[in-house]
Design a protein around this ligand. Structure first.
Ligand code: E4P
Length: 228
């Protein structure tokens, strides 16, 4: 499973990329607007840190989406263009795909929409799981249905589980076989955490300190030398 960060913040991408387990980034207009940095600059910097950066069009007519999609794709070869799930978007996908531009169809909330996305040959489909949960619908059920349908036909479109709210969402999406999970930085951080890890490490270090006072530090270079 690939991990993407869902953010408009370049520093978060830098911090996560330094850990070696980050594969890409998803942005959206709301996330980039929050940061107050010129969009192009933020996207270019992100492209220098990870292999895939999703940038979204804001036009709602096919012509506008095509122009913005071309503009976004020209920023860097790592850019994937996000197009919202709507008929005008499909006209744009047809044109942009023929130019070799990779497309992520966003704001997907039903298996029927996901089926259309695969037929259109999009690179990614982005079902928004958390937003379904927010309205008391089952986001994970949608993800499972999309994966089931895609497997029937071996569609090449990759399933990108989006709008994830906590680490259990990531684990559940992995169990269902989602290709990618995109998550806010705080969820990415949660993946590393377990109280027993913290408690275990604290105990190891305390025991080590106590023993060191009596036995010396076996990892210190002088101790290693004197043993030779
Ligand atoms: C993904 O591409 C979207 O930017 C994102 O996952 C939306 O998440 P939200 O519902 O937390 O805004």
């Amino acid at each position: 499973m690939k991990f993407f960060l869902d953010t408009g913040n370049v520093e978060e991408v830098r911090r996560a990329a330094a850990l070696g387990v980050l594969d890409g980034v998803t942005t959206n207009p709301s996330l980039l607007a929050k940061e107050g940095k010129p969009f192009r600059e933020a996207l270019v910097e992100m492209c220098g840190l990870v292999e895939v950066v999703n940038g979204e069009v804001v036009a709602t007519d096919a012509e506008g989406m095509i122009a913005e999609g071309r503009e976004l794709a020209s920023i860097h070869p790592n850019i994937v263009v996000k197009i919202p799930m709507m008929p005008e978007g499909f006209k744009a996908i047809r044109v942009l795909r023929s130019e070799g531009i990779r497309i992520n169809v966003t704001l997907v909330f039903s298996p029927a929409q996901a089926l259309l996305v695969a037929k259109a040959g999009a690179y990614f489909v982005s079902p928004f799981l958390g937003r379904l949960d927010d309205i008391a619908s089952d986001g994970m059920k949608l993800l499972g249905e999309i994966i089931e349908v895609y497997r029937q036909y071996s569609f090449e479109t990759q399933v990108l589980a989006a709008s994830l709210r906590h680490s259990m969402h990531v684990v559940e999406a992995a169990k269902l076989g989602a290709d990618i999970a995109t998550m806010p930085y705080k969820v990415f951080e949660q993946l590393f955490k377990h109280p027993l890890t913290d408690r275990g490490l604290e105990a190891f270090l305390q025991d080590w300190e106590k023993a060191r006072a009596v036995l010396g530090d076996i990892l210190a270079p002088e101790a290693v030398k004197s043993k030779k």
